[in-house]
Design a protein around this ligand. Structure first.
Ligand code: FAD
Length: 216
């Protein structure tokens, strides 16, 4: 599959590109947060934020008082990136050090979500994207909490994925050096839970937290 336009055509390592929906969706569904950028009067802005994907739409949410969200509510072109860092690649030479990663860059336009049903869908999807099972377990938002929250749909029109998944790429003349080479994997892995100090006695750890895992 090829890039749709030159917007998503890289100048470096075209072999690492993947434009398939399957790869792009898998990366978007594994990621926990994205970076959204836009320009206003020639000034670039960038916001790291959570998201949820439904089809080719990324749902974002933020405070109705947020400058960034108020800009996006106008319906503006944005660029979104989701990055999964898999490993540091340690070569014998500094020059050939690299990282293994899977990333997606998407271009699209923002839309303020005004329909109530879509707002609730976005809220639920957002929660479930972070922690599947949490929406039905936690107290759901009140009407007043929903009023304080702005939901933005990013309608993605063009996307690309790029992946580096291989090992060390040293030059042949460096292979005999006494320098350790290999991968340092850095998976996103849940650590032991830290219980809230004021948790009511007897509340069990939900099953969906017992083996929380993001990844392949
Ligand atoms: C964690 C991480 C660390 C990186 N570190 C470096 C680094 O130190 N130095 C470095 O040169 N590169 C690094 N990269 C790769 C970097 O993202 C670019 O792919 C690379 O710089 C080549 O860009 P280009 O000039 O070909 O892109 P351009 O030609 O400017 O890109 C054109 C289009 O190609 C697509 N594209 C390019 N890169 C990506 C990508 N990563 N993911 C999805 N689509 C993409 C986009 O649609 C983009 O609009 C890193 C990537 C990741 C995820």
């Amino acid at each position: 599959m090829k890039a749709k336009t030159s917007l998503t055509q890289p100048s470096r390592y075209p072999k690492r590109m993947d434009y398939s929906e399957e790869t792009i969706n898998a990366i978007l569904d594994e990621g926990l947060f994205c970076h959204v950028s836009f320009t206003n009067d020639g000034q670039p802005f960038l916001l790291p934020t959570g998201y949820a994907r439904i089809g080719k739409i990324l749902y974002l949410h933020g405070s109705v008082g947020s400058h960034f969200f108020m800009q996006m509510a106008k319906g503006i072109p944005v660029c979104v990136a989701v990055t999964l860092l898999d490993a540091l690649v340690l070569a014998r030479s500094v020059f050939n050090h690299s990282v293994n990663y899977r990333s997606v860059i998407g271009f699209g336009k923002t839309r303020l979500v005004e329909n109530e049903e879509e707002k609730w869908l976005a809220a639920k999807s957002f929660t479930e994207h972070m922690i599947p099972g949490r929406w039905d377990d936690a107290r759901q938002p009140t009407a007043s909490e929903m009023k304080k929250t702005m939901f933005i749909a990013v309608e993605l029109e063009e996307m690309s994925a790029k992946l580096r998944t291989h090992g060390v790429g040293d030059d042949p003349e460096d292979l005999d050096l006494d320098v350790w080479a290999g991968l340092l994997p850095l998976p996103v892995k849940a650590q032991p839970l830290q219980v809230a100090e004021d948790l009511k006695a007897g509340v069990p750890v939900p099953e969906y937290l017992q083996n929380y895992w993001r990844g392949k």
